[in-house]
Structure formats: structure tokens, C-alpha cells
Ligand binder design. Structure first.
Ligand SMILES: Cn1cc(C(=O)NCCCNC(=O)c2ccc(F)cc2)ccc1=O
Length: 113
């Protein structure tokens, strides 16, 4: 019973850390391309090009719904945002540069979790 308690407590702490880190990502000045799903009416080719779209609002919903069983799954979805971004955008485009900047910020914060 003791072992389960510590792991349940750690799971709660991990969830709180993921929610906190997500808030930091959302209020980052270069988060604007990633706040909402890419608008496929504005970018019709996106649907064909990117098989698994991901964005910060979707991650927020998944956190709230308890969809992540381990904090590593949360990190995988965040990294999916940035790999999708690299696939669809030139490195030196505004969105491409925002993606590189946000990825670097995320990995720095993640390493300290
Ligand atoms: C990830 N990705 C994003 C875009 C993209 O252009 N995305 C939105 C631009 C328009 N949205 C805004 O400017 C905005 C959104 C929310 C907000 F709070 C403030 C500004 C294009 C290709 C791509 O791969």
C-alpha cells in the first residue's frame, strides 16, 4: 500500500508539473502559431501533409481529460507539435523560427522537471 501511495503521489506531482510547463509554453511570445490547431481552410495542404496534427490547446484538453498515463506521453505530444512544424515550414520562415525557439525552450524546461 505504501509503494502505491508514493507512485500515486508522484503521478499527481507529474501532472501538476506538466500543467505548469504547458502554461509557460502557452504564454511564450513565440507560441502564437501553436496555440490552436492549424486552420486547414487557411492552409488546405496541411491536412494532406501532416498525418497527426497537434497543438497546445489539444494537449491542454488531453491533460484535463487524464489522457496521459505518463509524463513522457505529454512530452511526445509537445515534440510532435515541433516536428510537424519543421516538416511544414521553412526553417527561417516566421513559423519555422518560432518552432525552433519553442522547442529549445521546452527541452530546457523539460530537462529540469
Ligand atoms: C504550426 N503552424 C501554424 C501556422 C499559422 O500560421 N498559425 C496561425 C497564424 C494565425 N494565428 C495567429 O496569428 C494567432 C493565433 C493565436 C493568438 F493568440 C494570436 C495570434 C502555419 C503553419 C504551421 O505549421
Amino acid at each position: 500500500a505504501k509503494k502505491e501511495k508514493t507512485s500515486a503521489r508522484r503521478a499527481k506531482q507529474d501532472l501538476a508539473s506538466c500543467k505548469n510547463l504547458l502554461s509557460c509554453l502557452e504564454c511564450h511570445e513565440h507560441a502564437w502559431p501553436f496555440l490552436l490547431p492549424v486552420n486547414t481552410k487557411q492552409f488546405p495542404q496541411y491536412k494532406k501533409a501532416i498525418k497527426t496534427p497537434m497543438d497546445l490547446s489539444t494537449i491542454k484538453r488531453k491533460l484535463q481529460e487524464g489522457s496521459y498515463k505518463h509524463k513522457g506521453e505529454f512530452a511526445s505530444d509537445v515534440r510532435l507539435i515541433f516536428s510537424n512544424c519543421e516538416e511544414f515550414n521553412e526553417d527561417y520562415s516566421p513559423v519555422g523560427r518560432a518552432g525552433h525557439c519553442m522547442r529549445q525552450y521546452f527541452e530546457q524546461q523539460w530537462a529540469q522537471m
